[in-house]
Design a protein around this ligand. Sequence first.
Ligand code: CA
Length: 422
Amino acid sequence: MNAALDDTHNPALQSWVASANAPDTDFPIQNLPFGRFRTEAEPDWRIGVAIGNQVLDLRAAKLIDSSDMNRLMRLLPGVRRSVRQAISEGLRVGSAQQAVFKAALHAQSDVAMGLPCQIGDYTDFYTSVHHATTIGKQLRPDNPLLPNYKWVPIGYHGRASSIIPSGQGFRRPKGQTKAPDQDAPTLGPCRRLDYELELAMLVGRPNALGEPIAMADAEDHVFGVSLFNDWSARDIQAWEYQPLGPFLSKNFASTLSPWVVTLDALAPFRVPFTRPAGDPEPLAYLDAPANRAQGAISIELEVWLQTAQMRAAGHAGDRISRSNYRDAYWTVAQLVAHHTVNGCNLRAGDLLGSGTLSGPEPAQGGSLMELSAGGKKPFALSSGETRAWLEDGDTIILRGYCQQPGFRRIGFGECRGTVLPA
Ligand code: CA
């Protein structure tokens, strides 16, 4: 486990980039998330670090000699931490490198952000027991949680080609659906379009095929965490998912936020991994002292919905739910250890989705399927509109942040996507 505190987490650190010292910024000097950006003048992707409302071009600042994010993600944890240390020192008030770094800054408003890296394989897990139970109740009222749930970190292999950067719209998918009172399915636009509030763990260090990653080493293989929206077509899913699971209901678009908050930056926000009384303890390959002590991460998550009508009126949208990643049933380390226990090899840039992160309360549902009880209970928005499912023109914005007494608040930025007509 690498949740070690060092002087880059010191809450007293101030940056010569004034906007990084604002109390409400997501990107103070204690955060330093990585992303890829480009400018109109130079259209090739470059690696940047967010600082306040600026982005630091790492190559121009002479901190690295490449624009290959996947290569940077593969760095040994010690080397990666030394890069973080150098960025932190250069951005601190009084740094001797201020002039060189200042010449490597761009306003975030002047650059375009892309996917943070080249995404390899994409696996989606199902780590919220609250989500699994609520959805299970809709499908199987007598037997909501299947017997493997508390033993196996459930997951399936998704599709990476349709992972899109925050800000990009996507078309409402078409597909086969069949109403219960119909004899045959029809092809048409999805009528039950949903979002899923998730986190994406981006793999850094690879493992060789045939060599499982032990719990004690698992976090050394994870570069960091971004916000992730796994858009879902519930009517297509309901018809297609048996017996092999979701297919076209999930692979038309998934939106990833541009900034990867490193596990190093998240060190102050670690919390114990616990199980409710009476639940089984994880098998030995999913257990480790460090995981018990600090395997979970407290990340506050929010979902905002802005309809087209709200946008036209200059309304920022309604916050429709909140949850916290600490309530997940399985930790980051357990996902890595489980994924590789059979010898499966992970590669830099592989994406592990957390699954929908719903909290224990009904209002903490991480999807409309939960918030509208499968579409049966549409809910009201502050604009006077109602929603059971997403309408064309709706924008979903995911936000995340960490706060802990004695540490600087850090944030994830936002993960934004808009539904376009079919
Ligand atoms: Ca999902």
